[in-house]
Design a protein around this ligand. Structure first.
Ligand code: ADP
Ligand code: NI
Length: 226
C-alpha cells in the first residue's frame, strides 16, 4: 500500500508540475510545493489528525481550479479522474479532494458565508483537511514570501510598486488600490483574522508583524522623498 501511495503522489506531482509550467513566480509550482509542505505540517499538528493523503493531494491540486481555466477547460473532475481513480485512493477520499479544491480560496469562503447553504457552510467549518490546505495557502500569501509574491504578481499585471509621495500616507479613502502596496490593505492584512488552525493562527501573527514592519519601513523611505 505504501508503495502505491508513493506512486500516486509521484504521478500527481508530475501532472501538476507540467500543468503549471507556464505560470509566473507569484503562482507557480514552487508555490504549490510550499503549500503542500506546510499543509502537511499543519495537519500533523492537529488532534485528531486529518487524512494526510487527502491533505497532500488537495494541496497539490489546489490551484488547478483557478482563474487560468477557461469555459472550454475540462472540469476539475475530468482533469483529475485518471489520478483519482488510482488504486491507492478510495472513492470517498477522491470525492473529498474534489470538494476541498474549489473551497480553498478566500473568495470562495466569503461567498459561502453569504450563501444560504447551511450544509456547505457547516462542512467548511468542520473539515480539518480543508483547514490545513486553506491555512497553508494563506500563509504563503503573507510574511516575507507574501511580500515577494505580491511584488511578482504586480510585475505580471504591470501594477506600480508603491503609492506616490503625494498620496502615500494618509490619503483619502485609504484603499490604496492600484499598487502592490495597496494590495496589503485590500487583502493581505486581513488574512490573519481568517486563519482556522492553532498552528496557522500563531504563524500568521508572526507573518503579519513582518508585513507591518515592512509597510512602516516603506513609509519611512517614502517620507525621505518629500
Ligand atoms: P493564491 O490563491 O494561490 O493565494 P492568488 O491568485 O489569489 O493565489 O494570488 C497570487 C499571488 O498574487 C498572491 O501572493 C497574492 O497576494 C498576489 N496578488 C493577487 N492579487 C493581487 C493584486 N491585485 N495586487 C498585488 N498582488 C496580488
Ligand atoms: Ni495557492
Amino acid at each position: 500500500m505504501g508503495k502505491d501511495i508513493d506512486d500516486l503522489l509521484k504521478q500527481a506531482e508530475t501532472f501538476v508540475r507540467a500543468h503549471m509550467a507556464g505560470y509566473d513566480p507569484s503562482h507557480d509550482w514552487h508555490h504549490v510545493e510550499r503549500v503542500r509542505r506546510l499543509a502537511l505540517k499543519i495537519a500533523q499538528s492537529l488532534d485528531p489528525q486529518p487524512d494526510l493523503l487527502v491533505v497532500e493531494l488537495a494541496a497539490l491540486f489546489h490551484d488547478l481550479d483557478d482563474k487560468y481555466r477557461t469555459s472550454t477547460s475540462p472540469t476539475l473532475s475530468d482533469l483529475l479522474s485518471p489520478l483519482l481513480s488510482h488504486p491507492a485512493i478510495s472513492s470517498c477520499q477522491s470525492e473529498l479532494i474534489l470538494k476541498i479544491i474549489p473551497s480553498v480560496s478566500y473568495t470562495s469562503e466569503l461567498k459561502s458565508l453569504i450563501e444560504q447553504n447551511d450544509e456547505r457552510r457547516n462542512w467548511q467549518r468542520d473539515c480539518k483537511e480543508l483547514h490545513s490546505v486553506q491555512d497553508s495557502d494563506r500563509l504563503d500569501a503573507i510574511g516575507s514570501i507574501g511580500i515577494m509574491r505580491c511584488a511578482a504578481f504586480s510585475c505580471k499585471v504591470n501594477r506600480k510598486l508603491m503609492e506616490d509621495v503625494e498620496t502615500g500616507s494618509g490619503d483619502g479613502d485609504g484603499s490604496g488600490s492600484g499598487s502592490a502596496e495597496g494590495h496589503f490593505e485590500e487583502k493581505l492584512l486581513r488574512i490573519r483574522d481568517r486563519m482556522k488552525t492553532p498552528f496557522g493562527k500563531e504563524e500568521a501573527e508572526k507573518r503579519h508583524q513582518t508585513m507591518v514592519e515592512f509597510l512602516s519601513s516603506l513609509d519611512r523611505e517614502r517620507d525621505l522623498l518629500i
